[in-house]
Design a protein. Structure first.
Length: 299
């Protein structure tokens, strides 16, 4: 089944000491790009996140947001900035000297705690081995849950795109069939118009040079022949419908194939030099552009 590159998924898992919430958001991208937005404590899990996402997505820019919540009993660690305390004391001395006031060096615990930034909660820089084991297991569960929803949404949107693209591809095939029928009339119409024009301009007493007429018509027929382009175009359109029903990612193949289809359609429009065909070419190019835009969303 085709998959869209735009999707969202969310998963939550709870362990003994940690609760993790994982959210996945993806948009179109030429290749797979996974960007993990995670707390410092979980940096060691960045490779695991990218590996699991790569198993579920082949293309797209995937942002992974991980929220960490401590739910177990943990002893908080405080950090005292001794250099900041010395700076506060030096500033107090300078202020007292400038005001010519005696410096009261008697400090209470309330004074110390009140000093901004002097005592702060130290963040956990690295997880212990036991913490890493728990975080790995909890994250894996949360990420797996998020990926199930993520892939499901990709497949759902991909299915909708598949129906639309197949419908448009069949419409283009119908236009090509009409062009093929009209191509049989191009030379005959040209010959009739040429004869009518000659009849208007050539005096009645002058005989028509049949050989020159045949050469002119033959030259036009060779220049306006679009048989080869039609054969290639029908083959490309058949490939297009086959690719749209594949199970594996086909976005890049479709990009290339649509370039080839457009090239053949443009060549037909320039060679045929026939109003009815040119009108169909314009309609086909319009549908192909819509197909190209939709294909940009496919994995």
């Amino acid at each position: 089944m085709l998959k869209s590159m735009t999707s969202f998924g969310r998963g939550v898992a709870v362990g003994v000491n940690y609760k993790l919430t994982v959210e996945l958001k993806s948009v179109n991208n030429r290749y797979l790009e996974v960007v993990a937005h995670i707390p410092r404590l979980l940096l060691f899990l960045d490779p695991l996140i990218k590996t699991q996402v790569a198993q579920a997505a082949a293309r797209g820019k995937v942002d992974v947001f991980v929220q960490l919540e401590n739910i177990g009993e943990q002893t908080p660690k405080l950090r005292v900035d001794k250099a900041l305390a010395a700076a506060y004391l030096q500033a107090a001395k300078e202020l007292a000297a400038s005001l010519k006031m005696p410096l009261n060096v008697k400090l209470t615990m309330r004074n110390l705690v009140a000093m901004p930034g002097l005592i702060t909660l130290a963040p956990a820089e690295e997880a212990t081995e036991a913490q890493q084991a728990e975080l790995t297991e909890v994250l894996s569960r949360a990420l797996s849950e998020a990926l199930v929803a993520f892939v499901s949404m990709r497949e759902l949107e991909g299915g909708r795109l598949q129906v639309d693209l197949l419908t448009r591809a069949k419409q283009v095939s119908g236009m090509v069939a009409n062009i093929e029928q009209l191509a049989e009339q191009v030379v005959a119409d040209y010959q009739n118009k040429l004869l009518a024009r000659i009849g208007e301009l050539l005096p009645a007493n002058i005989a028509l040079d049949e050989a020159r007429l045949v050469n002119e018509v033959a030259y036009f027929a060779d220049r306006a022949c679009i048989n080869e382009e039609l054969v290639r175009l029908k083959s490309h359109l058949l490939q297009l419908e086959e690719l749209l029903q594949k199970e594996e990612p086909v976005g890049r193949k479709l990009d290339f194939l649509l370039q080839e289809i457009n090239r053949e359609v443009n060549t037909i429009g320039s060679k045929a030099n026939y109003l009815a065909i040119n009108q169909l070419v314009i309609e086909a190019k319009s549908e192909l552009e819509k197909i190209r835009e939709q294909v940009q969303n496919l994995e």
